[in-house]
Design a protein around this ligand. Structure first.
Ligand SMILES: NC(=O)c1ccc[n+]([C@@H]2O[C@H](COP(=O)([O-])OP(=O)(O)OC[C@H]3O[C@@H](n4cnc5c(N)ncnc54)[C@H](OP(=O)(O)O)[C@@H]3O)[C@@H](O)[C@H]2O)c1
Length: 296
């Protein structure tokens, strides 16, 4: 059962292999969604300061624990430091605010959300100094036991090198856009070569793959849905998928992953092209500035 499976981070912390994404779920709505997801069996929730729903995530977590006979540490909680936070003092304060807003005394994993503030995402400007300051705040919170693991998101090779060369603790995770049709293999390989676990965000392409006829045919062959096929694809690449859903039936089917995609079909999926995000292209992460490491 996928809910019982974990990856191990470089510092020995275990992280459940399937996480629930919560981007664009409102603070009030996320309470019951997190509670239901934990009830279904999810043990890993992904939020961020930018999602403005940490309060609700914390409330949903406590609601689930109160009925489930579970302890806080049975659920792995990830949050992300705001992309705009590029000074030590600001980052330190925001980390503490996250703990207070979530209502927890530690977060399992905190990531720098992006190497650039969103307004300048992939515009070419480097924020090496600011990222080092933010990283130092994460390192200190990690040393203080407020964070059990620390990492980054949307970091490209040069951004990683900056922290690897100048930081004290190496990033343990790189959370990046990765799904059938847009898998940045070079960045994945590089992140792994430096010891990081790679997490796949938007593993069903923010929904953009759900109408794809060729994927539908392949999913049918395995008697699964397209979302399941895409999530399984990530897992077979050794990535940790973070599908987002507000629908309890989808929570269940997205975790029904007890099938194996053949080697030949994995090759087909690696070569698929699915980068038309439709209306979601307005978000920086799905914008035209495609990752230079993306092969397809
Ligand atoms: N670090 C970053 O910069 C970053 C950026 C983007 C995302 N993320 C993380 O990754 C998570 C997932 O990414 P995402 O929210 O962009 O998109 P996603 O998980 O790729 O796709 C979500 C969409 O797929 C639908 N869906 C999911 N399972 C389904 C199923 N079984 N059948 C039919 N439809 C299904 C959802 O609708 P329903 O709700 O109706 O199921 C929703 O519309 C985010 O929530 C966030 O935690 C991180």
């Amino acid at each position: 059962m996928i809910f019982e499976e974990t990856f191990t981070l470089p510092n020995g912390v275990e992280i459940p292999k399937l996480g629930l994404g919560t981007w664009r779920i409102a603070d009030d709505a996320v309470v019951s969604i997190v509670r239901d997801a934990i009830g279904v069996g999810y043990r890993h929730i992904d939020t961020a300061q930018a999602y403005a729903n940490e309060r609700g995530v914390g409330e949903g977590l406590r609601a689930a624990l109160s009925v489930g006979g579970m302890a806080r540490d049975d659920v792995f909680l990830t949050s992300k430091l705001a992309a705009e936070s590029k000074s030590y003092d600001d980052a330190k304060q925001r980390i503490d605010t996250s703990l207070n807003t979530l209502g927890v005394d530690h977060v399992d994993l905190m990531l720098i959300h992006s190497p650039q503030p969103w307004a300048e995402f992939r515009d070419g400007a480097r924020f090496d100094e600011g990222n080092l300051e933010a990283w130092r705040a994460l390192e200190d919170a990690y040393a203080a036991g407020k964070l059990r693991a620390i990492g980054v998101s949307n970091f490209e090779r040069a951004d990683l090198d900056n922290l690897l060369d100048n930081g004290t603790v190496a990033p343990m995770v790189n959370q990046i856009l990765a799904h059938v049709g847009n898998t940045p293999f070079d960045l994945i390989d590089y992140s792994r070569s430096k010891g990081m676990l790679v997490e796949a965000y938007s593993p069903v392409a923010h929904g953009a793959v759900l109408q794809n006829a060729r994927l539908a045919a392949l999913a049918e062959k395995y008697e699964v849905g397209i979302a399941q096929l895409c999530i399984r694809y990530c897992l077979q690449l050794g990535l940790l998928p973070l599908p987002k859903t507000t629908n309890v039936d989808h929570m269940r089917s997205n975790a029904a992953l007890n099938f194996e995609i053949s080697g030949a079909d994995m090759e087909t999926l690696k070569l698929a092209d699915n980068t038309d995000y439709g209306a979601a292209s307005a978000f920086p992460v799905f914008g035209k500035k495609r990752h230079p490491d993306a092969r397809h």
